[in-house]
Design a protein around this ligand. Structure first.
Ligand code: ADP
Length: 324
């Protein structure tokens, strides 16, 4: 093994050891707010609550059984949009659907029902990460159970973004050893990329996100130059008036509705080393990186799950599953 390979593995091992001795509690800030939505709430109202509070997801609570009932995310709204497109005669029911109907909507449009995985906040962070990656979820709720009453409490939700940031901020001595380029370790997706144009309809882009189970699509021009990235959360402002069936906006119009504090998109190149990617994650609000060449042509996409999977599982017998 070359010295650079050895160093890389040493870095990976260091991060894995760190994740095994830290718990999900360690990732949480000292003080935070958590908005939990009752499962009986109307879907339309839940959307306004997310918008008012400037959040893009929330845990759901089944108050009849006193149990955690899953996570509400932008994917659920995308499913509702799909539902009205497939069953336009149901549009009169738009006012009536409650969050508890989301599972029926998933079934009706035949999308894979998301497992309601959760993890105890006191378990090692490594476990929270691997559960999240195996279930393809981008965030995982931390659910505590009272020993005596058996009652569940949702403590918080942690995202891939938060975990990667936590790794980047706290394990620089390990991540700085990862000197291989993303090309050398084949990190990210470079073939069969889902892309869109500014003039495409949001509905078409949503369709491709649902079919491919991805949450972001690079926006390119006719020369394959990257202009922006359309994200699943960009759908939320488009439907805020409840106009699911009139979703006629183009990608360009939807992107114009982004909040002023939108952090922007992040790019990298195939010759960038993993240590420099971690440096970007440490310093910025990165949710994915678009891989480009010197002239901004689209080459690939590097998602947070691609990075986390590599960091957790690469080199572990039978564990690494980069493109599932
Ligand atoms: P995201 O939430 O950014 O869509 P995921 O982590 O769910 O990312 O991505 C799952 C897999 O799909 C990753 O391997 C990622 O590289 C790939 N992927 C993400 N976006 C696209 C896209 N637009 N086209 C093709 N593959 C993609």
């Amino acid at each position: 093994m070359s010295p650079i390979d050895e160093e890389q593995l040493q870095g990976l091992q260091g991060v894995r050891d760190f994740l095994r001795i830290r718990t999900s509690y360690d990732v949480l800030p000292l003080s935070f707010r958590l908005i939990v939505l009752d499962n009986d709430l109307l879907i339309r109202k839940s959307l306004s609550i997310l918008i008012q509070n400037n959040i893009v997801s929330a845990p759901l609570w089944d108050s009849h059984n006193g149990r955690f009932a899953g996570l509400l995310t932008s994917t659920d709204f995308i499913n509702v949009i799909q539902y009205y497109n497939q069953f336009p005669e149901q549009i009169d029911n738009v006012e009536k659907f409650r969050l508890s109907s989301l599972r029926d909507i998933e079934k009706a449009i035949n999308v894979q029902t998301l497992e309601t995985v959760s993890v105890h906040p006191g378990r090692p962070l490594y476990e929270a990460c691997s559960r999240m990656l195996r279930s393809r979820a981008r965030r995982i709720p931390l659910v505590d159970v009272d020993d005596e009453t058996g009652r569940e409490t949702v403590v918080s939700v942690i995202t891939q973004y938060r975990i990667l940031k936590f790794i980047a901020v706290n394990t620089e001595q390990h991540t700085s050893l990862m000197k291989k380029t993303i090309r050398e370790i084949n990190l990210g997706t470079y073939t069969d990329l889902a892309t869109c144009k500014m003039t495409d309809s949001v509905l078409d882009v949503i369709n491709s996100m649902v079919v491919r189970n991805i949450s972001a699509v690079p926006v390119i021009d006719k020369n394959n130059v990257v202009l922006n990235v359309f994200e699943a959360v960009d759908v939320i402002p488009c439907i805020k008036g409840g106009a699911y069936e009139e979703l006629k906006s183009t990608v360009g119009e939807a992107l114009a509705q982004r909040p002023e504090d939108f952090p922007g998109i992040y790019t990298c190149q195939e010759d960038d080393r993993l240590d420099s990617i971690f440096q970007t994650v440490r310093q910025s609000r990165v949710h994915r990186l678009v891989v480009i060449d010197d002239d901004w042509h689209l080459k690939g996409i590097l998602s947070l799950s691609d990075i986390l999977k590599y960091v957790l599982f690469y080199g572990e017998e039978g564990e690494y599953f980069p493109h599932t």
